[in-house]
Design a protein around this ligand. Structure first.
Ligand SMILES: [Mn+2]
Length: 341
């Protein structure tokens, strides 16, 4: 929906001719097909992975989208600043994956499609509607969403937009996020996958939750997941069995069912990723996280997200860099999946 506010209309008068000239210049040397990987990585506007900024949704296979919302948090704030800082750190990313040799830009047309715009950020459900509306437009245009949060509540409206059937679900997180209401809202960031299950968006028997840990005051979330039939893998099981075994079991559960992958940065140990709202020690290492993601190649993806990076709690940008790298690895998964169709 075009923004028709006072400031935009005045700006258009001033900047429109300049903008058109500039955009034509930019489109001459970068496009979703040919990202400008040769330019110095510290130069230019910081888009996700230095991918071009989309002016339309035409001719794009995968759209990276920022969802700067943290109004559903239950603890430390700041995830609203995640997309901007992840874009900044993602300037360090390059094209070819050293482990898999996937070059996502060879496989797909990839762009930064900007941020979801909100019209009522003090209302969780209205904001979730804005998110669903945005992602629905992408899906209708044939653009697969790779989203950057934002708190974890944003995954629910994304799921509403990407499927009408119960999907398989790979959920990497310290928390099951299947708790119920908190402070009067059942859409808080500890509840999205309980709601997704209730709404028929995910198939519990094809849902795997990996990296779960941290003491709780009540066991409601863990209990809900297990009673629903989700496979809950606490972090000690992951550490004891090793990631290869976890990957094998997860792949068997998911099969070729359309699958959504959600990666909460708090799944990773706060030694590697301290900038997040609900840190829990003794988590996944970054090598374990990379190996896990790369173990989930060639599944039938409908989208993915990386959430809960909180730059105000970060140290030297390490969490945003980790989040950006997770997004790059997810981009490789989605690109391979899209190009196989
Ligand atoms: Mn979470």
């Amino acid at each position: 929906m075009p923004y028709t506010g006072l400031f935009r209309s005045k700006q258009e008068d001033i900047f429109k001719p300049w903008c058109i000239e500039r955009l034509q210049f930019v489109s001459n040397y970068i496009s979703p097909i040919n990202p400008d990987m040769a330019a110095p990585r510290y130069s230019g506007l910081a888009t996700f992975m230095r991918a071009p900024i989309a002016q339309t949704l035409e001719n794009i296979d995968i759209g990276m989208v920022g969802i700067p919302y943290d109004g559903a948090l239950t603890n430390r704030p700041g995830a609203r600043h995640g997309p901007r800082e992840v874009r900044n750190q993602s300037s360090l990313m390059r094209a070819i994956n050293h482990a898999t040799r996937i070059n996502p830009y060879d496989l797909c047309r990839i762009a930064d499609v900007g941020d979801v715009q909100f019209h009522s950020v003090f209302d969780i459900e209205e904001t979730h509607k804005d998110i669903s509306d945005f992602i629905e437009v992408m899906v209708a245009a044939g653009v697969m969403p790779l989203s950057c949060g934002g708190d974890h509540s944003i995954s629910l409206p994304i799921m509403r937009a990407v499927t009408t059937q119960p999907m398989a679900f790979i959920h990497i997180d310290a928390h099951t996020d299947t708790w119920d209401s908190f402070q009067g809202s059942k859409f808080n960031h500890g509840a999205p996958f309980r709601r997704a299950h209730e709404e028929g968006l995910i198939d519990a028997t094809k849902t795997v939750q990996i990296g779960i840990r941290g003491a709780q005051n009540i066991s409601e979330g863990w209990d809900y997941s297990e009673a629903a039939g989700m496979r809950v893998m606490f972090v000690e099981e992951v550490q004891k069995r090793g990631v290869d075994s976890i990957i094998e079991e997860t792949r068997n559960i998911v099969g070729d069912t359309p699958v959504y992958l959600s990666f909460d940065i708090d799944s990773i140990d706060p030694a590697f990723a301290p900038g997040t709202g609900t840190p829990e020690i003794a988590g996944l290492t970054t090598p374990e996280a990379m190996a896990l993601i790369r173990g989930f190649r060639n599944l039938n993806y409908v989208g993915a997200d990386m959430v809960e990076v909180s730059p105000p709690f970060d140290v030297g940008g390490v969490t945003s860099l980790t989040g950006a790298t997770v997004m790059y690895e997810l981009l490789c998964l989605l690109a391979e999946s899209v190009s196989a169709r």
